[in-house]
Design a protein around this ligand. Structure first.
Ligand code: PEP
Length: 252
């Protein structure tokens, strides 16, 4: 993907089917179809097909999944494969979200397998990275983010990486109401580009979209999106309110 402005709404484990449909309708009716911002709606699995259907004729709107399995199929009760996501019209998939790392103990090796599956089925991985509060307070945030990136990206060619989106999500800012300052976000996003340059080259580092996530909302999005290396947001809580989500999209 070349560098694009992106706003993605991660609904997590929220909404009923009817609420999901209403939310999509209330978002899409407010958006000018001629803007060049990529909008990604990431509902719970059961609503993906319905949401993808509602978005299919909306310019620059795409659907995404919150996760996929490491395997292509088989006896993995309760899991969902990348192939299945693709077959219901899904375009993106979150990989490495901090909640998957924290609650489901997912590790770098899992992310590599999941991303390989995602790419095989034409999904864009939105690969999430970010440090905990302890790692930031002990001044280890650059080291941790470097490791998170290197351990996974080293397994992918430049061509494969060109299909990635990255999301910097400091764990201490997710769902806490505490947002990284624009200075902290810019500093880390520029650093991430430098790590990508070291792994691949500066052209691809300049082309990859890097989203900020962590209590981004209608009030702070403008300042965050004004940062040179912030290409948009991965939005949790505020994406469940159509007006707030649209205000975030209007913040570029
Ligand atoms: C997220 O879960 O990716 C996220 C950024 O959540 P919130 O916006 O609620 O902090």
């Amino acid at each position: 993907m070349s560098r694009k402005k992106i706003v993605a709404g991660n609904w997590k484990m929220n909404t009923s089917l009817q609420e999901a449909k209403n939310l999509v309708e209330r978002i899409t009716e407010q958006i000018n179809e001629f803007d060049d911002i990529i909008k990604i709606i990431i509902p719970p699995f059961p609503y993906l097909e319905a949401v993808a259907g509602l978005l299919s004729n909306k310019a620059n709107f795409y659907s995404g999944a919150q996760n996929c399995h490491t395997n292509p199929g088989g006896a993995f009760t309760g899991e969902v494969s990348a192939n299945m996501l693709s077959s219901v019209g899904c375009n993106y998939v979150l990989i490495g979200h901090s909640e998957r790392r924290q609650y489901f103990k997912e590790k770098d090796a899992d992310f590599v397998l999941k991303i390989k599956e995602a790419l095989k089925h034409n999904l864009h991985p939105v690969f999430c990275i970010g440090e905990t509060i302890h790692e930031r307070k002990t001044d280890n945030h650059f080291k941790i983010v470097t490791e998170q990136l290197t351990n996974v990206l080293n397994q992918f060619s430049l061509e494969e990486f060109s299909r990635f989106v990255l999301a910097y999500e400091p764990v201490w800012a997710i769902g806490t109401g505490e947002t990284a300052t624009s200075k902290q976000a810019q500093e880390m996003h520029a650093f991430i580009r430098s790590v990508v340059t070291d792994i691949y080259d500066s052209t691809i580092a300049n082309n990859v979209s890097i989203l900020y996530g962590g209590s981004c909302n209608a009030q702070n999005a403008r300042e965050l999106f004004a940062c040179k290396d912030v290409d948009g947001g991965l939005i949790g809580g505020a994406s469940l309110n159509a007006d707030d989500f649209c205000k975030i999209i209007f913040s570029f």
